[in-house]
Design a protein around this ligand. Structure first.
Ligand code: BTN
Length: 245
């Protein structure tokens, strides 16, 4: 079981965890959770909104120094599989479809319920440390119902938050051990089984021009780029280079 650091209020659990690494390098698997995140960070410089007693925000510390920088996407793969597993156990049967949206959002019935922000440090060609920040919208209020609903184990008290972190921790540890044991092919396969729109038709635009393009999503390559078949050709996109419609 991991060390859980619980903080009543913090700007961002990711920033807090990053500072801990700088200060004393906590043991791998240490997790920072909070009852109120006031300035959560999202992907590509966005803000991640937190609603006390309705949201979950936590950041795990890992030292995947066995992983080369060009394989960093496996951090997204293992963590999104862990969250997917965790949420699927929380969902009532028949409630809806749970999918991973490239690169690492988790959707219930096409609505985003979870975002993951990973911040790494590097040493030479390897990863030195990794802060994996997970934000889940779990509330039952009117506002959050649109994200899909979970079963009765929703977050209300601080004790619930800790239990939630522990359960998620088990999943993260399991998938991290697969990564550590070089089971990247298995991870890749599982990720693609849960990937939204895999081998399906999609419409997108390349950010620069806004022209609509029809293609077939063919999954994700080892460096995390999305592969899209357009006509006979396969095109590769990073998150900044593509918009979905
Ligand atoms: C996204 O934009 O989809 C990623 C959102 C990640 C939010 C989580 S909440 C816990 C951790 N702390 C942060 O400041 N951000 C991440």
């Amino acid at each position: 079981m991991s060390t859980i650091i619980f903080i009543n209020e913090v700007d961002s659990t990711n920033s807090y965890a990053t500072n801990l690494i700088k200060q004393y390098k906590p043991v791998e698997g240490t997790v920072v959770i909070t009852a109120n995140q006031t300035s959560g960070k999202g992907m590509m410089g966005t803000r991640w909104v937190f609603q006390p007693q309705k949201s979950f925000a936590a950041s795990w510390i890992f030292y995947p120094d066995f992983l080369r920088i060009n394989s960093a996407f496996y951090l997204y793969i293992f963590s999104s599989l862990a969250v997917h597993d965790f949420l699927s156990e929380k969902m009532d049967d028949g409630l809806g479809e749970l999918k991973i949206k490239w690169p690492n959002d988790i959707l219930i019935n096409n609505k985003k319920i979870c975002g993951i922000l990973i911040e790494n440090t590097f040493k030479s060609v390897k990863i030195k440390s990794s802060v994996i920040g997970i934000g889940i919208n779990v509330g039952y209020s009117e506002k959050f119902r649109e994200f899909g609903s979970l079963n009765k184990e929703i977050l209300i008290t601080n004790a619930d938050l800790k239990k939630f972190a522990q359960e998620l921790d088990d999943k993260l540890r399991y998938y991290y051990s697969l990564l550590k044991n070089n089971k990247t092919d298995d991870l890749n396969k599982m990720y693609h089984q849960k990937l939204k729109d895999f081998n399906s038709s999609i419409v997108f635009s390349e950010n620069a021009n806004g022209i609509l393009i029809h293609g077939i999503q063919r999954g994700v390559d080892d460096s995390g780029r999305l592969k899209i078949q357009v006509g006979e050709n396969i095109k590769y996109y990073s998150t900044k280079e593509i918009k979905f419609l």
